[in-house]
Design a protein around this ligand. Structure first.
Ligand code: UD1
Ligand code: UDP
Length: 368
């Protein structure tokens, strides 16, 4: 009998993508009555994932506002999640990663002495301002959480070094890889026809969205991409624009009229994963895409000065920074140096084997 109510909360696209397989597994479990709460910190980008995987939330806080501040997000999510917790009184709250939704949901649960389960625990750059505010969020959740699901041994060791009780840490892999492998298995030839890739060209897949990028850093990144495309007509760049207005407005200014850069709206997850699997290289500041690129062996320039996904350095990730000349140097090396390119093209399961969600559900069944 499903006698225990468990609440899972999330609000942004990447949390949704990474929690879908866990939601499915927990929904089919006899141990729990799973309730799904979305803050809708993202609206369109979250709804797109929910629609794609046919998830209907039990609660929708609908908080997103155009150009929302962290103050606004924090206060509204803590307050609204608290109201739900008071009515539902779940046996635990599951949160994921490092977003403001994850931190605020954990905080609301902590205020009520409700146990917190943290998925993707233990990632650190050790620089509290990078990424901002995510590095703070994940450290704060680690203090609050009762159970820590670390994706890798490195993440688990980090938690132990910080003093977390090792009996409450479980190394399970990253659920990102569960979704990625599931999607690639399901991709049909009909789906493939919908995605137009110029197969005779080198597909460079680009995403940029981080809040902490200064205007100067964004300009450096965009200058590097523009120069790369102008110098290399054999490159065909695809840049699905994140919905965040500051970055998309600047990107449109930079890339309008560059013939080999295609700007588009965010892709649905299945299409994005397929495109990623076919890309020659990736330029990104995303967290999740770093994990996916390593799993597929796609050489990737990380457009940041630090990464919390250190395990991927030495596999497909190169830390390229945010300086124009550094990015160009690394990108052109990947275009010209076949030995270096091959070195970064080997797929690795360092972030997971596609079974993380099953492990988490099994362990939760025993713990709660
Ligand atoms: C958030 C997370 C970040 C995560 C990223 C994933 C925080 C503080 N940031 O950053 O950790 O890497 O999501 O993408 O939790 N917008 C829309 N529609 C959408 C989504 C966003 O219009 O579907 C616009 C809104 O104007 C919104 C703005 O983007 O105010 C920024 O969204 P927000 O969630 O605050 O920050 P992100 O940069 O997306
Ligand atoms: N993604 C997607 N469509 C896109 C771009 C990205 O589905 O157009 C997926 C991608 O495969 C990954 C996730 O979104 O799973 C990464 O989200 P994002 O970069 O916004 O956030 P982060 O991972 O940096 O928190």
């Amino acid at each position: 009998m499903k006698n225990k109510t468990l609440l899972i909360t999330f609000g942004t696209r990447p949390e949704a993508i990474k929690l879908i397989p866990l939601i499915r597994t927990l929904k089919s479990s006899d141990n729990f009555e799973l309730k799904v709460c979305v803050s809708a910190q993202h609206r369109q980008m979250l709804d797109s994932v929910l629609d794609e995987y046919e998830i209907v939330p039990d609660y929708d806080l609908d908080v997103m506002k155009e150009r929302q501040s962290l103050d606004y997000l924090t206060s509204s999510i803590v307050t609204k999640t608290g109201e739900i917790l008071d009515t539902l009184n779940p046996c635990a709250v599951i949160v994921h990663g490092d977003t403001t939704t994850a931190f605020c949901s954990a905080l609301a649960a902590f205020y009520r002495h409700i146990p917190v389960v943290h998925i993707e625990a233990g990632l650190r750059t050790k620089n509290i301002f990078s990424p901002h505010p995510e590095e703070f969020n994940r450290r704060a959740i680690s203090i609050i959480a009762d159970y820590h699901f670390a994706p890798t041994k490195t993440a688990a060791d980090t938690l132990i070094a910080e003093g977390t009780d090792k009996n409450r840490i479980f190394t399970v892999g990253n659920t990102a890889i569960d979704t990625l492998l599931y999607n690639l298995k399901c991709f049909t030839s009909e789906d493939i026809e919908d995605i137009r890739i110029e197969i005779d060209k080198k597909c460079v897949l680009i995403t940029v969205h981080r809040r902490e990028h200064s205007e100067l850093e964004l300009r450096e990144i965009f200058e590097a991409i523009r120069t790369l495309c102008l110098r290399h007509p054999d490159v065909s760049a695809i840049y699905p624009l994140h919905k965040t207005p500051r970055i998309r407005e600047l990107a449109k200014k930079y890339f309008d009229n560059i013939p080999n850069i295609a700007l588009c709206e965010p892709l649905n997850t299945k299409d994005f994963h397929f495109l990623l699997s076919k890309a020659y290289m990736v330029l990104t500041d995303s967290g999740g895409i770093q994990e996916e690129a390593v799993a597929l062996g796609i050489p990737t320039l990380v457009l940041r000065s630090v990464t919390e996904r250190q395990e991927g350095i030495g596999h497909s990730l190169l830390l390229a920074g945010t300086n124009k000349e550094d990015i160009l140097f690394s990108a052109e090396r990947l275009l010209n140096d076949t030995v270096e390119y091959r070195r970064l093209s080997r797929a690795s399961n360092v972030f997971g084997d596609g079974h993380a969600s099953e492990r988490i559900a099994d362990i939760l069944g025993k713990l709660l």
